[in-house]
Design a protein. Structure first.
Ligand SMILES: Nc1ncnc2c1ncn2[C@@H]1O[C@H](COP(=O)(O)OP(=O)(O)OP(=O)(O)O)[C@@H](O)[C@H]1O
Ligand SMILES: [Mg+2]
Lengths: 357, 280
């Protein structure tokens, strides 16, 4: 069953449309990530689900009931804020129990849930500390505990990890996902970090300028991006997008004298290949000139030029060619994506060709 | 070393007069014919027998009790109200701010216009309603209340600024988080806003107490302490003793009493309240 269902939801402030006519569903017990660049309307969408922002138009259903105009408290959803929003004058225990006190949950029940939740997020020994006496990661846990203790089945999170350092962020990512699975919660998670989305989500909703660009599993977005925007947004380093041009009945990469890469016309189309899907050969393939190498340990990101176009290649281990060398690039037709340069959409019918050495 | 100039100024203008005052309070008032002599605690025992002193002290206590809680409560109320999403917020904020920038003398003049019998605003309105005119400032029973009301009006606007600044610094997510947990506005105010405003409240409280002993400008305009000392306050009495009766010694004695009571109050506040306040 759909835990959350948005139908043609719009939010505008005067002339600016923050969210324009979006619809999606979140299945019960799944982890859904709202992903997109800054200012695309992710937070606004989340806040409309929570009831903190009034919609301009549209409908929000939560657990099968129309909650479009219900106050936040009636929606029975928990939320973790980017700034954590802990009450600075209350200690960990009081912060976690705030909602239960408001709702006059029985004393014994409060204690039972507190003990359980504190153990779950590893706060048992920090219950008497004020937020100012906690580290960033610990505050994050308190915020998480406060969201869990209410035992609402739905939890909304707005960039909950963005204030943490890289290592802690990774740990918390794993932990949040594990908690979600263990408790069977439905989570809607906002982030602009595609790695977070890829590693945590059951379903990703990619947004751009107030609209949904693509919805799907992380693999789906990675393997079959339906637009150029999506192709470039998912994956690091991002997908190479190379302009094509006509050359005697087939398409080649614009500015190169290499082999045909697409059967059919090339003008007005672009070819997408991920850096990790490009192979390097000493000769053959699409000729390119090495620009620079970025050695990362397990692999190297090589930047090269095909004609005037830049292309990134991820190769395992160290890279054997010096800057200035000419190399050949190869790839398989299955790993390529063809986009229409005009509207940025994926071109379904076009037949890409494999490039071999 | 760098502090020396500041220290000299502090000693010259603060500590020396204070110590000199303390010294003077143990001497008799000198005149051209009769030089001042050491009289020990005679000034103090005179004070204890001085009916006017007790009257003035009582007035001042009532004045404090009347103005402090009321002005703080009104300030907080107005700040919370003005801080909400009100139309014309800027205008309302400014209109409450106005009493603050006005000097007390000007405020007193405005209120004089309210209180004056027959031609004053209050009596004009009363006249329309068919009530008899009344000399609010001329009656020992009402004059202190009149002064208190006026002071509240001025102080509340001033204190509201501090509350407003504190309210603006509260992150809006706190209210949203509370809302999601099902807390109503009143619960949120009681359990979150009010405790977080405690440092401001302490600051305002100390100011209010000090002001209740310090603000006497309005008496010069409105009542000159009368009728029959019914509206006189401690500091105004000191002024009278020193500059109308020219009894420097007795004025010093009263000053010492005033300073000591203020010091005791301030220390007491810090000791009792500090532990219970959350500072960010
Ligand atoms: N209160 C507001 N008044 C006017 N415009 C707003 C308001 N809140 C948000 N917006 C606008 O709505 C758009 C979407 O904002 P939103 O906060 O949802 O973005 P976001 O995707 O969460 O971005 P970020 O990743 O930076 O948090 C932005 O262009 C923003 O300027
Ligand atoms: Mg946001």
């Amino acid at each position: 069953m759909a835990a959350i269902e948005l139908t043609e939801v719009t939010k505008s402030w005067g002339r600016t449309v923050a969210v324009g006519n979006i619809s999606f569903t979140v299945d019960s017990g799944t982890f859904v990530v709202l992903l997109g660049p800054s200012g695309c309307g992710k937070s606004t969408t989340l806040r409309m689900i929570a009831g903190l922002e009034e919609m301009t138009s549209g409908k929000v259903m939560i657990d099968g009931r129309d909650m479009s105009h219900a106050p936040p408290s009636a929606r029975r959803v928990s939320m973790v804020f980017q700034s954590y929003a802990l009450f600075p004058h209350l200690d960990t225990r009081q912060n976690i129990l705030f909602g239960l006190k408001v709702r006059r949950v029985e004393r014994a029940e409060q204690e039972r849930r507190l003990a359980q939740v504190a153990e779950m997020v590893g706060l048992d020994r920090l219950l008497d500390r004020k937020p100012s006496q906690l580290s960033g990661g610990q505050r994050q846990r308190v915020a998480l505990a406060r969201a869990i203790v209410a035992e609402n089945s739905i939890c909304l999170m707005d960039e909950p990890l963005s204030n943490l350092d890289a290592k802690l962020r990774h740990e918390m990512r794993v932990e949040i996902r594990a908690l979600q699975e263990r408790l069977g919660m439905t989570v809607v998670y906002v982030t602009h970090d595609q790695t977070e989305a890829m590693s945590m989500a059951d379903k990703v909703i990619l947004m751009r300028e107030g609209r949904i660009e693509q919805t799907g599993t992380p693999d789906r977005l990675y393997d079959r991006p339906s637009t150029k925007f999506c192709a470039e947004f998912i994956g690091t380093p991002p997908m190479n997008i190379l302009r094509l041009s006509d050359a005697g009945g087939a398409a080649v990469i614009a500015g190169s004298d290499g082999p045909a890469v697409v059967a059919g016309s090339g003008d007005g189309y672009e070819l997408g290949v991920r850096p990790e899907h490009i192979g390097v050969a000493a000769s053959g393939g699409v000729p390119a000139t090495v620009d620079s190498c970025d050695y990362l340990g397990a692999d190297t990101i090589v930047s090269a030029q095909i004609g005037a176009q830049e292309v990134l290649v991820r190769t395992p281990g160290r890279f054997g060619f010096a800057p200035g060398a000419t190399i050949g690039l190869t790839w398989s037709a299955d790993d390529t994506h063809i986009f229409n340069s005009g509207n940025g959409r994926r071109e379904q019918g076009a037949a890409a060709l494999s490039v071999t050495a | 070393m760098l502090l020396t100039p500041a220290a000299i100024l502090l000693i010259a203008f603060t500590y020396y007069p204070a110590v000199a005052t303390l010294g003077q309070s143990f001497f008799s008032a000198g005149t051209a014919l009769k030089p001042s002599v050491f009289v020990g605690v005679e000034n103090y025992s005179f004070m204890l027998d001085d009916e006017v002193f007790w009257q003035v002290l009582k007035n001042n206590l009532w004045y404090a009790v009347g103005t402090i809680p009321a002005s703080i409560a009104i300030a907080l109320l107005m700040a919370v109200w003005v801080n909400g999403k009100l139309p014309l917020r800027g205008f309302i904020r400014m209109s409450y701010f106005t009493p603050t920038v006005l000097p007390m003398i000007a405020v007193a003049n405005i209120w004089l216009f309210f209180y004056t019998p027959q031609i004053g605003l209050i009596d004009q309105v009363a006249g329309v309603l068919g009530l008899t005119t009344y000399n609010w400032l001329g009656d020992p029973d009402t004059v202190l209340t009149c002064i208190i009301v006026m002071t509240i009006w001025k102080e509340a606007g001033f204190f509201m600024i501090f509350y407003l600044a504190a309210l603006q610094s509260l992150p809006p997510e706190l209210e949203e988080a509370a809302k999601l947990e099902g807390a109503g506005r009143w619960y949120y105010f009681r359990r979150v806003v009010f405790p977080l405003l405690m440092p401001t409240t302490l600051f305002v409280l100390i100011n209010a107490i000090i002001n209740s002993f310090k603000l006497v400008d309005q008496l010069f305009i409105l009542t000159k302490g009368g009728p029959d000392n019914a509206s006189s306050l401690l500091l105004y009495y000191i002024y009278e003793v020193a500059f109308s009766f020219f009894d420097q010694a007795y004025a010093s004695t009263l000053t010492v009493v005033l300073l000591v009571s203020l010091a005791v109050i301030a220390i007491g506040q810090f000791v009792f309240l500090d532990k219970r306040i959350h500072y960010r």
